[in-house]
Design a binder for this molecule. Structure first.
Ligand code: NAD
Ligand code: MG
Ligand code: MG
Ligand code: MG
Ligand code: MG
Length: 342
């Protein structure tokens, strides 16, 4: 049996009565917001969605049968405020709603960035918790509707009432996370592992690996379409196998040639240097260098971000990929549909 380092909670460990007689304000109706709000509502919790006047998400929330108010009015009415607007606008939204909080209210987050890096300094008389589903919002909603759960994280940063942990578990249960299992963590661990994972492996590492592989083949004279299929398109098949059954299921499913080639060459490509680079990326997350850079980038109109996005979309693999995806009818994967940001 596996020994988990952190406690894991299921439905039986959570008592929904800690949310009974309480109103929950869900600020934002995007990926996470629409899912939390509807799941809470279906669980019998009194929900009000907080959105700015004129927000394009207002119609969507009302069409889903939810009550909508401004963020400040929603926070004033609520006992628990779930902050599900984009991380970059959360500090400004918190400044607006702070005076609407009462002692003993709960601030709920789905990611720890603003609390961990002190972009929000919460009042000392409120609870501060995180219930973070480990899935995009459309799956949090779809799983709930199918009587399934979505794994999640729970962290308590500040316990003003003495029962913050129970309130957190009740929230996790109401959105369906304790059906699958909720891992206890801290704001620090969630924030730092999340940033490291997306930078070094999931978003940054993988795209760089794909581009380098593609460029290596194209520079050696192979066709762009072959390079695209081998280095980008087939990645999904490999990732699906790892998701289902770990590295082992992937190795079992590919040919012996692929397995031997991968086992002998993989560590040579992503080698000691890559490991050292990863350690540097982690250090910049831990010492706040990355957070400061990203905050200043946002305060100055996102100059580098805009440039990097442009360069990425100008990469040749995007060009050939768009043509190939238009030419071949495969996949047709369901895409996440959320109300447009405004
Ligand atoms: P999102 O961008 O999908 O949605 C943002 C919502 O906030 C929209 O409804 C938008 O209209 C609204 N909004 C924007 N500015 C606003 C303002 N000033 N005042 C009020 N409303 C405003 O956001 P998201 O991806 O759901 O992220 C919300 C939180 O959930 C973040 O902390 C994020 O890190 C976390 N999270 C996201 C995911 C994910 O898969 N998207 C997964 C786990 C955690
Ligand atoms: Mg209140
Ligand atoms: Mg993450
Ligand atoms: Mg993240
Ligand atoms: Mg192949």
């Amino acid at each position: 049996m596996t020994d988990f380092e952190n406690p894991v909670y299921y439905d039986d460990n959570a008592d929904e009565s800690h949310l009974a007689e309480r109103t929950v304000a869900v600020l934002g109706y995007g990926s996470q917001g629409h899912a939390h709000a509807q799941n809470l509502d279906d669980s019998g919790v009194d929900v009000v969605v907080g959105l700015r006047k004129g927000s394009s998400s207002r119609d969507a929330a009302e069409a889903d049968g939810l009550r909508v108010a401004t963020p400040v009015a929603a926070a004033r009415e609520a006992d628990l405020v779930s902050v599900l607007v984009p991380d970059t606008v959360q500090p400004a939204v918190y400044d607006d709603i702070e005076e609407a909080l009462e002692p003993g209210d709960t601030l709920q987050f789905a990611h720890g960035f603003n609390i961990h890096y002190n972009q929000i300094r919460p009042r000392e008389d409120v609870n501060v918790q995180m219930v973070a589903p480990k899935s995009p919002g459309h799956l949090v909603r779809r799983n709930f509707e199918n009587d399934e759960g979505t794994p999640g994280l729970l962290a308590v940063y500040q316990d003003a009432t003495g029962d913050a942990h129970d309130v957190g578990l009740a929230y996790a249960k109401a959105i369906g996370c304790t059906r699958a299992g909720v891992i206890e963590t801290t704001f620090r661990e969630e924030t730092e592992t999340d940033l490291f994972g997306e930078q070094a492996v999931l978003c940054g590492g993988v795209t760089s690996l794909v581009k380098q592989g593609y460029e290596t083949l194209v520079d050696a004279g192979y066709s762009r379409e072959m390079a695209y299929f081998e280095c980008l398109n087939e990645l999904k098949l490999i990732v699906d196998l790892m998701y289902e059954g770990g590295l082992g299921e992937m190795w079992d499913s590919v040919s012996d040639t692929a397995e031997y080639g991968g086992l002998t060459r993989g560590d040579a490509v992503v080698d000691e240097h890559a490991r050292e680079n990863m350690e540097e990326v982690l250090e910049a997350v831990q010492d706040g260098t990355f957070a400061r850079e990203w905050i200043s980038e946002n305060q100055t109109g996102r100059p580098s971000y805009t440039q990097l996005r442009q360069a990425e979309s100008d990469h040749d693999i995007e060009d050939v990929g768009a043509d190939l995806r238009a030419l071949f009818a495969w996949g047709g994967e369901e895409r996440e549909e959320v109300p447009a940001d405004d």
